[in-house]
Design a binder for this molecule. Sequence first.
Ligand code: AGP
Length: 607
Amino acid sequence: MCGIVGYVGGREVVALLIEGLRRLEYRGYDSAGVVVRGPEGLIASKAEGKLDRLVDKLEREPLTGSFGLGHTRWATHGAPNERNAHPVLDARRRVAVIHNGIIENFLQLKTELIAAGWEFETDTDTEVVANLISSLYDGDDLRGAVDAARKRFEGMYAFAVMATRREEIVATRQGPPLVVGLGEAENFLASDPAALLTYTRDVIFLDNAELALLTPRGVEIWDAQGHPVERAAQRLNWDPIQVEKGGYKHFMLKEIHEQPQALQDTFGGRVDFELARVEFDDIGFEGSLGESEVRRVHLLACGTSLHAALVGKFLIEELARIPVEVDYGSEYRYRDPIVEPATLAVGVSQSGETADTLSAMGAARERGASLLAICNVANSQATRISDGVILTHAGPEIGVASTKAFTTQLVALFLLAVRLRQARGMETAAEELAALAHLPQAIDETLALEPKIDQLARRFFRAEDFLYLGRGINYPIALEGALKLKEISYIHAEGYTAGEMKHGPIALIDEDLPVVMVASGDRVYDKVISNMQEVKARDGIVIAVTDHDAEELAGVADEVIQVPRIHRLLQPIVNVVPLQLLAYFTGVRRGADVDQPRNLAKSVTVE
Ligand code: AGP
């Protein structure tokens, strides 16, 4: 995700853009930039890293102007550095673009433009947008040029464009959000209302495929077919902090709901669905080990990321037939691990700064392993010490409890598994990759269960203990569900493999113990049903999460949460969502500080 801000009117634009970007920084902070129209044309100022770096640069080299664009970046294509920062100007310096999303066919378009003599300076897909628009721009009709260019794009995107000729901004979206703010002789544009509230509460949310033209005199909107759109402005009554949460009560709930987009952003641009192949242009195995030579994988992580790694073991062993070890960072580093030749050690970490994980990665490297980081923060320590990096594009995760970072880690591990499969010359994972395209929709449908999950929380939030059970690839989901409940509601919750219940935990079962059981339609489904009957036989309370027909469990489970069915290797990603929501609503009902639970930190950078 990135943050987009635009302004046309009479105010000093740079200060306004910076203020707006400050409110959007949670959307991404790899780099930031602004562009204004100066006496000699378009002038941009950009800086790598957090927004403060750009503010410092502007204090040294100020810009002035009455209209402009601002952007804070979450890197997708092209490393997070100043060269790849937005705004991006075209080769002839006639237009400037700021962009959120992924142009999936950018390589094809870039090849065409290069053949037509266009030069490129960045590694971004955004520069293709700028050059293509400029190639279609007659110096007068910017809207027409943008409209013609966007018809060539595939993928999810929101972008805004300005040129030198007129004081106007043209913007359009397909996926990521854009909102227009209406003022007196001035108008605003942003990724979400947080950036506008200081100046206006009258907004128009652009629909997908709409195109907007903003001038100080007004805003015009057209639909995909070029027909004018008349839409009354909404008046927002959010307070600024509320708006940063996008209208959600907590960042955690907002981030749970961002998962469809985050998953799309994580696999978007990395899968050729026609050829059923995973294509990374940024994984960069520069180490001694080529992908086709990998003979063993060590997955190293902590907390929720360790649970992702446990799912990753199933994915890599099944899809690539490579043996996988999973270990807690805090354990691996002290057990003098055996690292055989051709071992790939993968650090899985949202922050990329977790001390135990980093140390484990170092221990693996010292023993000859090649390193790969699966991480949500570009330029973090884990990415810097690794030979290869797979960035999850979850966007900044503000809530301490990891939700969208977890599910995007599962997608990244899935992509790695397929990638290793390809490197070993195995047959294409066509069925699995086809299912991946439907994953965001399946998550969307699962999120619609929210009212039902809140009712479950209402029934059980006073429980003192919970047991979470799962089998096979869903055993880690039971662990993750228990961790979410623990860290958000402070209820003692334990995750266990369902087959182990009879070897001890069954002694805990009584009429006060809710037992959450993940019963997915795969090889062990019938076994989980038997475990449910064992719980019921001891008066336990069964809450089932299943992709089977709820009717099948009506006589066994007390509560059934039916989720959409998807390929069994991707089903854990769907199954975890109700457990995230259950933890959230239970924590809210217990009055816990959901976004910043007691004793926790977002990134544990100490041992
Ligand atoms: C997850 O909800 C927790 N906040 C915590 O377990 C976290 O997953 C763990 O500290 C690892 O963090 P990382 O992914 O940034 O390495």
